[in-house]
Design a protein around this ligand. Sequence first.
Ligand SMILES: [Zn+2]
Length: 538
Amino acid sequence: MTRHALVALIISALVVAAPLAQKNAPAKPGGNAKLDALKQEAVADVESRTQFAQQMVDQIFSYGELGFQEFETNRYLIDILKKNGFAVQEGIAGIPTAFMATWGSGKPVIALGSDIDCIPQASQKPAVAWHEPMIEGAPGHGEGHNSGQAVNITAALAVKKIMEREKLPGTIRIWTGTAEELVGTKAYFVRAGFFKDVDIALFTHVGENLDVSWGERAGNGLVSVQYSFVGETAHAAANPWRGRSALDAVELMDIGWNFRREHLRLSQRSHNVITDGGDQPNVVPRTASVWYYFRETDYPHIKELWETGDTMAKAAAMMAGVDLLPTKVLGSAWPQHFNKAVAETTWANIQKVGLPQWSDEDQQLARALQKELKNPRAEGLRTKLSDGLQGPVRENTGGGSDDIGDISWNVPTVTLRYPSNIPGLPGHNWANAISMATPIAHKGVIAGAKVQAMTLLDLVSRPELVEQAWKYFKDVQTKETKYEALIRPQDTPAIWLNKATMDKYRPEMKKYYYDPSRFKNYLEQLNIKYPTVRTTAP
Ligand SMILES: [Zn+2]
C-alpha cells in the first residue's frame, strides 16, 4: 500500500467513525453532519406534535379576539408556556394582553413572535366555502393570526428538548404580536426595551406559500391617528345658529383630504373611519372623531403625510368654529426590512422542508372558495415553492403594513410565511377565515414549525451566523437609515380599543369555544363536513 493510499484509508475510516464520535460532542460551527442530524430529529419531533399544534390553532380560532382584547388567547398561551418550563412576564409594556416568555440562558437570545388578534366582522364557519358567519357581525380570524403561535411554540419545544440534552447555550423568547391589526404594540415593546438584549428576531405570519425575504419589503409603514373635535349642542331645527358642529369639522377634514389625495405620491395609502359622528340628528353634534391611517414607504414620507393631516384637521376646526383636541396616536409601524443572513438560512431550511402534501379535500375547498369569489383561475393551493429567495423590492408601490417593521429596525429580523391560507383572497375578510381551522391551516403550521425549528438550531449552533446577521444590520440596513419611533413620548398603547365590541359578542362566542377534551378537532365540534362546498351554482 502506498503512503497515499494509506492516508486515504485512514480518512475514510475517520469519516465512517465520525457520526459515532460526534454523538456526545457539542455542535460545532460551520454546518456539519451533527447539526443536520439534530435538525432531522427536530423535524421528526415537530411532526410528533401535530395534534398539539392542531389544538392550539383550533382553540385560538374559536376565541376570535380583537386587538387589545386577547384575554382568553393570552391566558391559554401563557398556561402552555408555563407548563413547558418558560418563565412568563405578563402584561408587558403596559399592555394587559401582551407577554414575553423566556426559557434557557446565555447567548444567543432568539425571540420568536407572531400575531394573535383577529378582524372585525369576519366571523365565519371554517371549511364552508361561502359566507356563513358563526355569529352575525362578530369578529373572526379573517387573517389567520390564530395559527402563528402554534408555529413558534411547536418549534421551540422541539428545539428546547434538544438544547437541554446537548447542553447548548442559548435563550428562547416567545412573544405576542398583540393588536397587530391596529399596528398597536410593537413600537411600545421596543420603547420599553424588550428587544435590547435580543440577538435575532424570528417572526412568523400566515401566508399562502412557505417563504421568506430579505431587504426592503413591498408595502408601507404607517401612523394611525385619531382627530377629535368639540363644539356646542343646540336644537338642530329651533336654534341651529346656537350650535357648532364637531361633525362638520370631521366632514370638512375628510373632504379636504380626498381633494389632496390626487396630489399625493402613488405609493401612499390613506383611509379613515368616523368613530364618533354625533348622537342624533336633532342635536347639533358637540363631539365627533375621525380615525386616519397614513401610510407611506419610509419614515420621512409618513411624517409628511401626518403633518398634512394635522394641518387639515386644524383648518377644518377653524372652518367649523370648533376646537381640535390633542391628537392621539393609536398605532404605528415602520416599513419592514429583513435580514439577509437570517433569510438565507431560513430559505435553505424551507427548501429542505418543502410544501405540505395537500389532500384532494384540501384542494377541493380551496378551488370552491376561489370560484365562489369569482377568481378567474381557481388554481387551488400552492404546490410549488417560489423560484428562489426573494430579495429587496425593486419598486415599492406601497401596500399593507405590519409593526414587525419596528422590531426589524432594532434587531436582525425575518418573517417566515407558512402556507395555512388559500391563495387569491381579499384579506381582512370572512373568506380568509375559512381555511384557518381546517387541515390546510394545520399542515401549513407544521411545515412552518419545521422550518422555524431548523433555523433556531442553526442560530444556536453557528455563532458566525448571528455575527453575519449583525454585520448586515449595521453595515447595510442601518448605515444611513436610523430608527426613530413614530409614537411620541406622550402616546400610550390604545388598550381601550375594541372593548365595547368584544363585550357585545363575547357571551355568544363563548358557547363555541373549542373543547379539545371532547372533540378531536374544531370541525368535529361544530359538526361541519370537510370540505363543505356547493353542489349547485349559487
Ligand atoms: Zn397579519
